[in-house]
Design a protein around this ligand. Sequence first.
Ligand SMILES: NC(=O)c1ccc[n+]([C@@H]2O[C@H](COP(=O)([O-])OP(=O)(O)OC[C@H]3O[C@@H](n4cnc5c(N)ncnc54)[C@H](OP(=O)(O)O)[C@@H]3O)[C@@H](O)[C@H]2O)c1
Length: 262
Amino acid sequence: MKAVTRLRISAAVIATLAILYGTLVHADHHADSASATDAPTVLITGANRGLGLEFARQYSADGWNVIGTARNPEQADELGSLPVEVAQLDVADAASIAGLAESLEGRPIDLLINNAGIFPRVNKLEEINFDDYSRTIAVNTLGPVRVTRALLPNLRLGDKKTIVNITSRLGSIALNDFGVYYGYRESKAALSMFTKTLAVELAPEGFTCLTVHPGWVQTDMGGENANLTPQESISGMRAVIQKLGPADTGTYWSYSGEAVPW
Ligand SMILES: NC(=O)c1ccc[n+]([C@@H]2O[C@H](COP(=O)([O-])OP(=O)(O)OC[C@H]3O[C@@H](n4cnc5c(N)ncnc54)[C@H](OP(=O)(O)O)[C@@H]3O)[C@@H](O)[C@H]2O)c1
């Protein structure tokens, strides 16, 4: 066989292999996106550190589509290293919330976790700084209200229709027998009332609206003396969220699976 003919045959074989490879890669990629589409979607606020980051880690490891939000996505290195989508969101900024909602228009969200929060320690009435107090309410209470309202169309498109507001047992009026933490307690108690009112409104549509206490957890907020790791807290909260459904809407739970008194 002449050298030119051999060259032509080799070129044809390489071209055929390349087409075959391309088809296989495309089919594989298509299979990946199909399974990603079938998987449920969770959106987690404040997912760049602490409990939000661990929620993102565990749900993504479990095969969910995860949208993790951060105030500064360019600094959210740990979140960005996970197989998740990172979106910008400051829950105290109406324009930021509107931008997120616009970018997600028409996309189903199965589970919304309103996790972002702040905890200024204020122990006495006379120590209250009203700008800080307003900021606490703006982030911990108005934040979840605004985000939930903005993403309600997406949640209506989702199968699970679940909204989880991360609270604290410090938000329980029934359990408040030691005082302190002005502002934080009020912000979480108001979040509980929002959860309950929302649960009643959305019950006819099959929604599950919950408020969940994560326990005392080793994060920047909880400090190093806390008795739970983020892994333990999030595993517990995910089990609670998983087992509850529309019949349980408007209820208050601990990560450990016990009901918390309002
Ligand atoms: N850790 C505990 O022991 C404990 C106990 C009871 C309840 N909780 C509740 O659990 C939730 C998570 O707490 P954590 O321990 O993970 O706290 P954390 O380690 O302090 O993390 C707080 C998260 O919220 C974000 N965040 C703060 N302000 C925000 C805003 N305006 N917009 C968007 N994101 C904002 C932070 O983002 P940046 O990084 O940009 O600041 C960060 O991602 C909070 O709601 C908290 O109240 C925690």
